[in-house]
Design a protein around this ligand. Structure first.
Ligand code: ARG
Length: 455
C-alpha cells in the first residue's frame, strides 16, 4: 500500500505486531457497507466516473459473497480488513479498485466500521435484554404473591414476594436498556469523510454517506471523529453495568440453589454434575455469569487505559480498541442468554420460601407498626416492646404469631387481640401498599406496566 516510500518490507515480528486482521475481520460486513456508501457518493459527486463506481460496487458485492462463503483469510501481509478487502477487490476488478480510496483514509474508515459494528452489537444486546425481561416478567406474574423472606445483611428482614424480588431485576435491566439506547443515539454520527485527520479537499457529500449507513448525520470535527472511541467506551460501560446486575442475579441463584436455602431447583438443562459426587447439581451457568462480569469489567478497563494518554489524532494504540469490545460482546451475549434460559426453566420452591419467611420473626416490624397505629406508642418505644416479644418467642421456641396472648400482655398491657391480624406473612406483604412496595396488587401493577413498555 505504501511501496513508493519503502525499499524493504517489514520484519516478520513487525508484520505480526502490526496486523489486526486476525480480529478485525469480524467487521467485514461493516467495511463493505462503508465502502459501498463511499463509492456511491464519489460517483454522485463526480469524483469517480459512474462506470468505475459501478465496477467497484459490483466488485465489493463479489468480495462480500466470497467472505460469506469462505470466510476472511488471515493474511498478515494485508494487515487489516480494510487492506484485505481492497486487495481482493483489485484482484477481481483490476487497477480501477484503486479509485475507491479517494478522499478516504483508513482512519475515518475504521472509525466508521467500528461505529457500525458497535451499533449492531447494541441492537443485539437490546434484543437479548428484552428476552430476559420477558422471562423475568413471566416468572414474576406466576409468583406475584408467593411470600419469601426479604433480606438485609443476608438476614431475614421482612417478608416480600418472589414477584417483587424478580421485578427488582426488571427495573435494573430497564435502566441498562436505557443506557444502551442513550449510547446508540449518541454514537449515531458518521465519521466517513473526515479522512486521515483534517478532512479532504474533494467535494464530498457527507450527509449522503451518513444517510446511506443509517446515521443521523456526519460527525462535526474531523480530528475528533477519527480519534475518539468514547462510543466504544459507552458500549463497554453500559455492558459493565449490565454484567454487574446479571452477576448479582446470578449470585442470588447460586445462593438459592444451595441446600441451606433450597429456594430454587435448576432444570437439568441448566445444571451440571460432579465427576466424583453423584448427588451434585451445580449452578455453573450462574457462577460463570458472575465470573464473566469480572472479565467484562476488564474489557472496559482495557480500553479506558488504552485511550487515556493519547494525543490527537489517530495513534496505532487505537487498533487495540477492538479485541476488548468483541470479547465483551461475546461474554455479555452468553451471559444474558444463559440467565434467560436458567430463569425460564427454574422451579421456585415457594413452600420452602414461605417456611423460612415465617420462621425468622420477619413480621416483627409489622407488630411494631401495629403498636404505633393501634396503641399510640412512639415508634422507638414500639421497637423496644417488639424486641422483648421476639426475645420471649425465641426463649419459648415459637414464632411470633404463636406467642400466647398472655405473653404479649405481660410485656405491654396496651395490646389487644387484634395484634395477631398483622403477624402473618401474608398480612404483612398485603399491607405494604406504598408505591413501589411489595403488596401483591402493587407487584401485579408493576408487571403490567413493564409488559406495556416491553411492547
Ligand atoms: N487497522 C487499523 C485500526 O484498526 C486501521 C487504521 C490504520 N490507520 C493508520 N493510520 N495506520 O486501527
Amino acid at each position: 500500500m505504501w511501496g513508493g516510500r519503502f525499499a524493504e518490507g517489514p520484519a516478520a515480528v513487525m508484520r505480526e505486531i502490526n496486523a489486526s486482521i486476525p480480529f478485525d475481520k469480524r467487521m467485514w460486513r461493516q467495511d463493505i457497507a462503508g465502502s459501498k456508501a463511499h463509492v456511491a457518493m464519489l460517483a454522485q459527486q463526480g469524483i469517480v466516473a459512474a462506470e468505475d463506481a459501478a465496477a467497484i460496487d459490483a466488485g465489493l458485492d463479489a468480495v462480500a459473497a466470497d467472505y460469506e462463503a469462505n470466510g476472511v483469510a488471515e493474511d498478515l501481509a494485508l494487515e487489516d480488513i480494510h487492506m484485505q478487502t481492497e486487495a481482493k477487490l483489485a484482484a477481481l476488478i483490476g487497477p480501477v479498485a484503486g479509485r475507491l480510496h479517494t478522499a478516504r483514509s483508513r482512519n475515518d474508515q475504521v472509525a466508521t466500521d467500528f461505529r457500525l459494528w458497535v451499533r449492531d452489537a447494541i441492537d443485539q444486546v437490546l434484543g437479548a435484554l428484552a428476552a430476559l425481561t420477558d422471562a423475568l416478567l413471566t416468572r414474576a406474574e406466576v409468583h406475584a404473591d408467593a411470600v419469601m423472606p426479604g433480606f438485609t445483611h443476608l438476614q431475614s428482614a421482612q417478608p416480600v414476594t418472589l414477584g417483587h424480588h424478580l421485578m427488582a431485576y426488571v427495573e435494573m435491566i430497564a435502566r441498562d436498556v436505557s443506557r444502551f439506547r442513550d449510547a446508540r443515539a449518541r454514537m449515531n454520527l458518521c465519521p466517513l469523510g473526515s479522512a486521515a485527520l483534517a478532512g479532504t479537499s474533494f467535494p464530498l457529500d457527507r450527509a449522503m454517506t451518513a444517510a446511506a449507513l443509517g446515521f443521523d448525520g456526519p460527525t462535526r470535527n474531523s480530528l475528533d471523529a477519527v480519534s475518539d472511541r468514547d462510543f466504544a467506551l459507552d458500549y463497554l460501560t453500559a455492558a459493565t453495568q449490565t454484567a454487574l446486575h446479571l452477576s448479582r442475579l446470578a449470585e442470588e441463584f447460586v445462593l438459592w440453589a444451595s441446600q441451606p436455602f433450597g429456594f430454587v431447583a435448576l432444570s437439568d438443562q441448566w445444571s451440571t454434575g460432579s465427576s466424583i459426587m453423584p448427588q451434585k447439581r451445580n449452578p455453573d451457568a450462574a457462577e460463570l455469569v458472575r465470573g464473566h462480569a469480572g472479565r467484562i469489567m476488564g474489557c472496559m478497563t482495557s480500553l479506558m487505559v488504552t485511550m487515556k494518554g493519547l494525543p490527537l489524532a489517530y495513534s496505532k494504540d487505537m487498533q487495540d480498541d477492538k479485541p476488548p469490545v468483541f470479547e465483551c460482546h461475546d461474554l455479555l451475549g452468553l451471559s444474558i442468554a444463559a440467565m434467560t434460559g436458567m430463569i425460564a426453566s427454574a422451579t421456585f420452591r415457594t413452600d420452602r420460601m414461605r417456611g423460612l419467611a415465617e420462621s425468622g420473626f420477619a413480621t416483627a416490624t409489622d407488630f411494631a407498626d401495629w403498636l404505633v397505629r393501634e396503641a399510640g406508642l412512639p415508634f422507638r418505644e414500639a421497637h423496644h416492646v417488639t424486641g422483648r416479644a421476639v426475645k420471649r418467642a425465641e426463649e419459648l421456641g415459637v414464632r411470633l404469631d404463636e406467642l400466647p396472648y398472655a405473653e404479649f400482655e405481660a410485656i405491654d398491657p396496651r395490646v389487644n387481640q387484634s395484634l395477631y391480624d398483622v403477624l402473618s406473612v401474608d398480612a404483612s406483604v398485603a399491607s405494604r401498599t406504598s408505591f413501589g412496595g411489595t403488596a401483591p396488587a402493587n407487584v401485579r401493577a408493576a408487571i403490567a406496566a413493564a409488559r406495556e413498555s416491553l411492547r
